[in-house]
Write a protein that binds this ligand. Structure first.
Ligand code: AMP
Ligand code: MG
Length: 398
């Protein structure tokens, strides 16, 4: 058996990111991976401006021992360029309004009195009070985003704030899914004797779509070498990566390994992961290939832990470590001597975790009930109250 880390390192060593760049209008770039670093050509904000509705003046023109009634010289609303402010006067100003030259301080309107074209301002405010200085957010030349970032909603706003109307992102990846198994029937069809519904195809489609990847082909193949070979070969010709499920062990009904050996090459690993021990990685005539186990939860886990980082790297995304939360366990479980376990858990209102009633690798209901995975290292028993490393599902679908 090899460790999860060894498997992941071997997988990531093989990645070459896609090179084609799509230039998209900003509004269409959500969830896409930035192809180049983004620098600002301007200061944001472009000028000093007011953080409040109030009055602007020059602090040093105030007298300390008396009331300061300043003549109102102008009115500055956001979006309008102010005139220079004469010494000893004040400007009525509104949030976002540009600070006139000659002013350096703003006092909010609630702390001032206005009467007969004069305004009484307090003399106790520091220079720069309520002024948002030019370049406070971003300075010209700053790098605002790095290539490899998957664009979040706020990134689109940030790019807009520096005036970008379009952005270059990596092209979408195309993935083909091959579901193997004589027992499989797609939903929508009648379930004959001995049959079960093909769930893996849909779990994978969801996982891939949530990463912004296009599912270009789906094949359902019977357990024969010919059918397996044909489907894999067709899929490989039309996709950047092929993912199969099932048939990856070395039983008489498992044809993935011999098929790939005819079409390309593969490593068949036993990985110290539960669920999901057997996994194949290789290529079909040069197209990268993952052979996942058949059990539905194994598909979910091996995709999340091993395939997703590969596909992220392939689409040019910076691959980060999955972040975990240290959360206390409400459950106990016995140690698995050799394999690291990913237990389907739910985080309760107190931030502790409950485990699903069955952790069978066939029980897909566990993945829908759960909102996180607790990582239990090999050889570790869990007692109630233990602190566990927990991966929230939000880490996996972003
Ligand atoms: P296999 O790895 O082909 O021996 O499959 C392991 C288990 O997963 C068997 O119980 C299969 O019936 C089940 N299985 C395989 N593929 C699928 C699928 N696409 N959807 C649901 N269950 C599957
Ligand atoms: Mg099978």
């Amino acid at each position: 058996m090899i460790s999860i880390e060894q498997a992941l390192n071997s997988i990531l060593a093989e990645v070459s990111p896609v090179e084609t760049i799509d230039t998209l209008p900003l509004a269409e770039a959500l969830g896409r991976v930035l192809a180049t670093d983004q620098h600002s050509d301007l200061d944001v904000p472009p000028a000093d401006n007011s953080a409040m509705d109030g009055y602007a003046f020059k602090s040093s023109s105030l007298k300390q021992d008396q009331d300061n009634w300043l003549p109102l010289h102008q009115r500055v609303a956001a979006g309008h360029s102010p005139a220079a402010l004469p010494e000893g006067s004040a400007a009525r100003i509104f949030t976002g309004g540009e600070i006139p030259s000659g002013a350096d301080t703003v006092v909010m309107q609630e702390q001032c009195q206005e009467k007969d074209g004069l305004v009484l301002v307090p003399s106790t405010k520091p220079v720069g009070n309520n002024v948002r200085p030019r370049g406070q957010d971003i300075q010209r030349g700053d790098k605002v985003l790095s290539r490899g970032k998957k664009l979040a909603p706020q990134d689109l706003g940030l790019l807009a704030s520096i005036g970008k109307a379009e952005v270059g992102v990596s092209r979408r990846l195309k993935v083909a899914i091959v579901s193997t198994g004589d027992e499989l029937v797609n939903p929508g069809e009648a379930l004959g004797p001995g049959k079960i519904y093909n769930s893996n195809r849909f779990t994978l489609t969801g996982l891939l779509s949530s990463m912004g990847i296009d599912v270009v082909e789906t094949h359902l193949v019977e357990d024969t070498l010919d059918a397996t070979e044909q489907a894999l070969s067709h899929a490989a010709a039309h996709a950047d990566c092929v993912i199969s499920t099932g048939g990856v062990s070395v039983g008489d009904e498992d044809h993935v390994k011999p098929a790939i050996e005819k079409l390309g090459q593969l490593a068949l690993w036993k990985i110290a992961i539960k669920p999901g021990k057997p996994l194949a990685f290789g290529d079909i005539k040069g197209t990268p290939f993952f052979g996942l186990p058949g059990n539905p939860v194994s598909v979910f886990i091996t995709f999340a832990i091993l395939v997703r980082p590969y596909l992220q790297a392939r689409q040019g995304q910076t691959v980060g470590k999955l972040r975990t939360l240290p959360l206390q366990s409400n459950f106990s479980s016995t140690a698995n001597p050799k394999r690291q376990e990913y237990i389907r858990v739910k985080i309760d209102d107190d931030g502790r975790v409950d485990s699903y009633r069955t952790q069978s690798s066939g029980a897909l209901s566990s993945t829908a009930w759960a909102d996180a995975l607790a990582i239990i290292p090999a050889g570790t028993a869990v007692n109630v109250g233990d602190t566990l490393a927990v991966i929230p599902f939000s880490e996996l679908f972003n």
